[in-house]
Design a protein around this ligand. Structure first.
Ligand SMILES: [Mg+2]
Length: 120
C-alpha cells in the first residue's frame, strides 16, 4: 500500500465522519477505545477455536465476512485516529519496521517466534 492509497482510505473515513458530524466525538481516548474494541471483536471470533475451526472460518464465505468486517472496523478506527491527530501512517509504519528490524535481525530471528530479549 502506498501513501496515495492510505490517503484515499483516510479521505473516505474523514468524509464518512464529517457527513455525520462526528468530529466532536472523536477525541484520542475514544478513538483508541474504538481501535481496541473492534480488535477485540475480531479476537472474539477466534475464541475457543481449534486450528481446524480456524481453517473452517476462512473456508466459509459467511464466517470469513464476519472476520473481514471486524478487521475493517479496526482499520476504520486506526485511520480515523491518525487523521484526527495528524499522524502519517506510512511514515510511522516505515519507522517502526526499521526499529523492529534492528531488534529482530533476519539472521537471528528467521523461522523463530522469540521476543527480542530472548535472542542471543
Ligand atoms: Mg465491529
Amino acid at each position: 500500500m502506498n501513501a496515495a492509497d492510505i490517503q484515499e482510505l483516510t479521505g473516505l473515513v474523514r468524509e464518512f465522519c464529517e457527513e455525520r458530524d462526528w468530529d466532536q466525538f472523536h477525541n484520542p481516548k475514544d478513538l483508541a477505545i474504538g481501535i481496541s474494541t473492534e480488535a477485540n471483536e475480531l479476537l472474539d471470533l477466534f475464541r475457543f477455536k481449534s486450528e481446524e475451526d480456524m481453517r473452517e472460518i476462512f473456508a466459509s464465505t459467511d464466517k470469513k465476512i464476519r472476520v473481514e468486517e471486524e478487521l475493517a472496523d479496526t482499520l476504520f478506527f486506526v485511520l480515523r485516529f491518525a487523521q484526527m491527530n495528524n499522524i502519517d501512517l506510512k511514515k510511522i509504519l516505515e519507522d517502526k519496521l526499521a526499529k523492529n528490524g534492528q531488534k529482530y535481525p533476519v539472521e537471528k530471528i528467521k523461522g523463530k517466534n522469540l521476543k527480542y530479549t530472548e535472542l542471543d
